[in-house]
Design a protein around this ligand. Structure first.
Ligand code: NAD
Length: 463
């Protein structure tokens, strides 16, 4: 009897063409993955930190050595430009290097009980089997940003990549095996039934942790399910990053930062600058110069090596952006500059919206595309009100001539990360994450490993 495995198609968003067929995981596959992860847990948790660190270090080296192939897969299934894809592979690899270094730096304490007569020894234990769920916009880095700290902490994992981009995660998983990650420690379940697979995991008593990166709406739904089992959760959710430019900012630097903060990955980054607040003294010059740079952006498929901005992930995403721009124009914004874009595939032209009213609907939505609305401001207090008038608080950017002004503004912006005179905030050594409905917990840095550990203390009688 032949067993037919159900499969789904992976499409190239630059052409809409099928590039691969992937096994479509079911709830039974999800349970099998947890069984394997649970069986591997004890041995992996008991593996000496140095040995775990060395495996992670080899993961780093193998991912770096395979940059061309991994970047090719990212380009093919996600559509981003070759430069963006290569940068993502470097960023993804760094999480293995960083957490190989953290794996051997256990933190604990030895203290005297205030009442005397006892000592308290604090250590950190792996939380157990962790369920990881990742989005399509950084198919390599969103996976490694979770896998590396989980493994460093001694956890085993089950991971569900986004159905749009399973190929990169599968390729990374194969490299992990080559690097010496034992069987059962990392288990992938690609699927077109995210709810079926993930809810199976959240209901399984052997799963002790869920770490999710994706939209706030899905994060909220997973938090509800996690509540039933009082599950340890980490949530990296949506953003609505403001990009603030003061009257005395270095405009050359602000323009360079704006291009990176807005157009990296075609604007499909949770940290993407979503709304530009530029002081009225410089807004005309900023808009003209930014607009000129945007008009000359090359929007096209990654097969054109000069492309700087790729397609949107799907036809639906592209149409959604078109609708948002139409609504912005209806609200009084003006399309001031626009790049060219190919007619085929799911491309949207890089676009600048000028004279955007401060209450335009587009400023309250995560655009997730190459559209830059610009709002002029005069009064710092009113600016801060507008900037903070959102339930999201992931990233923000401030360009100011004086560090004092930049820091004063940054400290009052409700965001987990603020780029100061810098258009990029991501760094494996820094705690990535948001406040308000942008998430719970942090990835990267020292904090990243803590998300996969629980403190345990020993109270020792000394009498
Ligand atoms: P999404 O929430 O639709 O999907 C994310 C993941 O959740 C995918 O793997 C998807 O298959 C899965 N999923 C979807 N519905 C589910 C359900 N009902 N139950 C369980 N799993 C489900 O998000 P997306 O469109 O893939 O990604 C874009 C979003 O992710 C944006 O909002 C972006 O800001 C956010 N994001 C956040 C970060 C961060 O670090 N904060 C990083 C990247 C992306």
């Amino acid at each position: 009897m032949s067993i037919k495995t159900r499969t789904f198609n992976v499409l190239n968003p630059a052409t809409g063409e099928q590039i691969a067929e992937v096994a479509d995981g079911t709830a039974e596959d999800a349970t099998r993955a947890v069984t394997t992860a649970a069986e591997a847990l004890r041995a992996w948790a008991a593996t000496p930190p140095r040995a775990r660190a060395e495996v992670l270090r080899r993961c780093y080296e193998l991912v770096v050595a395979d940059t061309d192939r991994l970047a090719g897969l990212i380009c093919a299934e996600n559509g981003k430009s070759v430069a963006d894809a290569r940068a993502e592979v470097g960023y993804a690899a760094e999480f293995f290097r960083w957490f190989s270094e953290e794996a051997v730096r256990p933190e604990g304490s030895y203290g005297e009980a205030p009442a005397g007569g006892a000592r308290t020894i604090v250590t950190h234990r792996p939380v157990g089997v962790a369920a990881l769920v990742t989005p399509w916009n950084f198919p390599a880095a969103m996976a490694t940003r979770k896998i590396a700290p989980a493994l460093a902490a001694g956890c085993t994992v089950v991971l569900k990549p986004a159905a749009e981009t399973p190929l990169t995660a599968l390729a990374v998983a194969r490299l992990l095996t080559e690097a010496g990650v034992p069987d059962g420690v990392v288990n992938l379940v690609p699927t077109t039934d995210p709810q079926g697979v993930v809810s199976t995991w959240l209901a399984d008593a052997r799963v002790r942790k869920v770490s999710f990166t994706g939209s706030t709406g899905v994060g909220r739904a997973l938090l509800r399910q996690a509540a039933d089992r009082v599950l340890n959760t980490s949530m990296e959710l949506g953003g609505n990053a403001p990009f603030v430019v003061t009257a005395d900012a270095d405009l050359d630097a602000a323009l360079e930062g704006a291009m990176i903060a807005k157009f990296r990955g075609g604007g499909q980054a949770c940290t993407a600058a979503n709304r530009f607040y530029v002081h009225s003294d410089v807004v005309a010059e900023f808009t003209d110069r930014f607009g000129a740079a945007v008009e000359s952006l090359r929007v096209g498929p990654a097969t054109d090596l000069d492309s700087q901005v790729g397609p949107m992930i799907s036809e639906r995403a592209r149409d959604g952006i078109r609708t948002m721009v139409e609504a912005a124009v209806a609200d009084g914004a003006r399309v001031s500059h626009r790049s060219a874009a190919p007619a085929n595939g799911w491309f949207y032209p890089a676009t600048v919206l000028a004279d955007v009213p401060a209450d335009a609907r587009i400023l309250g939505e995560e655009i997730f595309g190459p559209v830059a609305p610009i709002v002029a401001w005069d009064d710092e207090e009113k600016l801060l009100e507008l900037v903070n008038d959102t339930e999201l608080g992931l990233a923000a950017y401030v360009y100011a001539g004086r560090l004092q002004d930049a820091l004063r503004l940054a400290e009052r912006i409700e965001a987990g990360m603020v780029g100061i005179n810098r258009g990029i905030v991501s760094d494996p050594a820094a705690p990535f994450g948001g406040v308000k409905q942008s998430g719970i917990g942090r990835e990267g840095a020292r904090e990243g490993i803590r998300e996969f550990q629980e403190p345990q203390y020993f109270s020792v009688d000394l009498t």
